[in-house]
Ligand binder design. Sequence first.
Ligand SMILES: Nc1ncnc2c1ncn2[C@@H]1O[C@H](COP(=O)(O)OP(=O)(O)OP(=O)(O)O)[C@@H](O)[C@H]1O
Length: 724
Amino acid sequence: MEADEGLILNVSSLPSPYFHHSAGHKKFPKTLPNKDKWQTKVPKRKLQQADEGTPFKRKRKLSASPNKKCTKEANICMKGNLSSKSPKKPSTDRQNESLSSRPFIKTSCLFKNNPEIPEIHRGGVKQVQEKVFTSESFSQLDLHPHLVSTITTVLKMSSMTSVQKETIPVLLKGKDALVRSQTGSGKTLAYGIPLVQSLQGTKSKIKRSDGPYALILVPTRELALQSFDTVQKLLKPFTWIVPGVLMGGEKRKSEKARLRKGINILISTPGRLVDHIKSTKCIHFSRIQWLIMDEADRILDMGFEKDVTVILNALNTESERRQNVLLSATLTEGVTRLADISLHEPVSITVVDETWDRNTPKQESICSPAGVEEDGFAIPEKLQQHVVVVPSKLRLVTLGAFILGKCKFEKHHKMIIFFSSCEQVEFHYQLLLKVLLGGQEAKEPERLPHPSSHVKFLRLHGNMEQEERTEVFQKFLQCKTGTLLCTDVAARGLDLPRVTWIVQYNAPASPAEYVHRIGRTARIGCHGNSLLVLTPSEAEYVNSLASHKINVCEMKMEDILSSLLKDDRFKGRQWGNKKSHGTNPQEVRERATVLQTEFENYVHSSEGTVRWAKKALQSFLRSYTTYPKTLKHIFHIKSLHLGHVAKSFGLRDAPQNLSASMAASPGKKTKPKPKRPDLRRKTPGKRRLAEILRSEYSSGIDSGISRVKRRKRHGKPDNQKMQS
Ligand SMILES: Nc1ncnc2c1ncn2[C@@H]1O[C@H](COP(=O)(O)OP(=O)(O)OP(=O)(O)O)[C@@H](O)[C@H]1O
């Protein structure tokens, strides 16, 4: 794929640095053994005795200093071949015993030579909190009675949220506003209600052929669809006002036709709108009265600034005065810039709880969100945030165990897992489907899983075709349980009901993105949970979050892994028909190793899957280089142990010659990679990176980035599909 151009991978033929293979068992079976044969065909490995030392030392305290980060993992930087550091062989007696009567599952490979796990201390950070609801009803506002009845009967809402109570009157007065309130607090209606109220009451009744009166810009297509849906509901009694969405993916011709017929409230992603501004003659903005930019900071973050400038210029040349609204749960520097160029004497609205040390809510007639950012971002009160520190080698099994624990054994969970690249989403989607679902639904991945199965997987990312994206979005919207694997394309604005867990398998590029990702749960006063997965060398990220008043509490990796005790598919033969003791750490380790072996067997079942895993690993490494400067001391490519990271992609060996730029030898200075937010300087590398990142958000017609084609039924990951 384009995203990976320039990276050269050689298939390594070196023996695995992780395992001591018993004689005659140097190679794993080439194909995934079927389930009943599994226990006899499992590659023979020696058992690690329970008394073989403590696998995880929890000695080191997490340094408060941002530059101190010397775990063993960090020190072994990027050495792909660990042969010199292979775990010691256990005693010969044990070895013989293993060879004669045991299943030869050697647990030391996963649980040895890992860096120490630093202790995480909750910093006693007092999180910023907002009160979600007020006791005031919509009927107290000066709204059209039909609009009020639509809100109460169609949307089934009675009282206003804090942000609605503050924002709606300001917008009804015709003022510009910069609105910040926590995720899931009802910002869509905060602008939607005054918008509809004002348009239904225009002196001369709006005609469809008039064209747009309002423009709503959002960063992703799914959010465009969602906002369209809300606006459409509000417009129920006012049928003469026509909303429409432009978001790419759809044929440009049919969008043009809809524009020609007339759209009064136009909802669009910036890229797609710019495309129409440049190529569609019938598009005009002569009657524009409203410009709303939802997730305003994101719109700028991802290199849409140029598009926004084109849009603003187009609006300014055709209409003189309009009302402008910027909204987000996180106000950042970018918004200040955008506010400067797009808002006119705005009212700044931020919602803060009474118990917090300011009055709530707060209105300022200045436009400087800086103070808000200093105070930290508000997190929904009922959102329980967790972090787990996991050595690289154990990341994949920990993820697998977590999914099984929540979705298979606790059942009623709906989960979103965030990854840092499309390739990783695709790879993990197939891998988890095949291994955790034991192959049933994996045979027909496009089919909905059996309704009784609570372990279901869906995936969403910017390289999918729009038709499939929309289908997946709708499916996840409607399902009660299941797991969505996605990139940040799903991080902003999406209101997906009943999501109980957010997992961040790769840490986000900024605390703001952390806030938006976890904000997909615990919406509008509901309960929710989040889990951030960090490696020992990344543990300091917790301090970075704390500096934004974000408080996470630690979950132990061992506790997550222990859910494997409930799944006898991962039982080592040593335990025979014996009932699990429930807490035996050795048994947990053994089961984790069985699961890891299943992952590896799948990955190594064909050349295509190996290539796929390497591709996913590459894209992970590439995304690792794009953390901004402020986080580079935590997320630095040189802190990664390539062999250990490879293991978390089910690869038995660290790929050799990964890339000249990626896997530079330790100590050798490499050119710094472009940082995520700084995408305006047009060096070719930056332009390409910007393109890749924008693919998550683009209009869908301009990037030229290859897309993952809709999979055929019975589709198997192979090289062809990944190349698309
Ligand atoms: N007054 C209300 N009463 C009850 N539910 C409401 C009310 N206002 C909004 N909601 C519901 O709250 C949920 C979240 O609303 P919305 O998506 O607008 O939040 P948001 O603040 O825009 O979130 P984000 O920052 O993540 O984009 C939606 O399901 C919406 O229908």
